[in-house]
Design a protein. Structure first.
Length: 171
């Protein structure tokens, strides 16, 4: 492996750096997702929405404050907004949470795009190119998984926010 690396020439160093960065981002994001999934509590969100439906806003807020669920935090932001800007409060809270979920995803996207280009550049200069393609393929899997997780959270937030708004406007 070391001989193959050396044979690849100077382009192999940036490819190695991209591999290390991709692995670090992937591990950090996977640990984050696992940690966040452990704090998910869809039952508390459902209970909050049921309390809102019963016009027990104070109890719903208390439950939201005590919950660590990311969707409950978004619903709570809407419930705590008293001046009629519930949708804006929900959107701000959702964007704040989604930003936490998306951290590092741009780095993986860049590596997925850059590694094959570096590999092709290595080919043009007479060096090995397969290594760049392997990095992109390996980084693509967690990238798509993490994007799927972000989409799931976004969906849960939008669904809860819509339910909350329908329930509070029907009163």
């Amino acid at each position: 492996m070391i001989a193959l690396f050396i044979q690849g020439g100077p382009i192999m160093w940036p490819l190695l750096a991209l591999s290390v960065v991709a692995m670090m981002v992937t591990v950090e994001r996977l640990v984050f997702m696992v940690s966040e999934k452990r704090t998910r509590d869809p039952e508390s969100v459902a209970t909050m929405l049921t309390l809102v439906e019963k016009k027990s806003y104070h109890e719903a807020i208390e439950l939201g404050v005590s919950s660590r669920d990311v969707v409950a935090k978004v619903v709570l932001a809407g419930l705590q907004q008293s001046n009629g800007l519930m949708a804006s409060a929900i959107m701000m809270a959702a964007n704040r949470e989604l930003k936490r979920y998306s951290r590092g995803i741009t780095i993986l996207d860049t590596i997925i795009t850059l590694a094959p280009l570096l590999g092709l550049f290595g080919t043009v200069t007479g060096m090995i190119h397969a290594f760049g393609l392997v990095i992109a393929m390996v980084a693509l899997l967690p990238f798509n998984y993490l994007n799927g997780e972000i989409d799931d959270i976004r969906h849960d937030m939008e669904q809860a926010a819509t339910q909350l708004e329908v329930m509070t406007h029907s009163s």
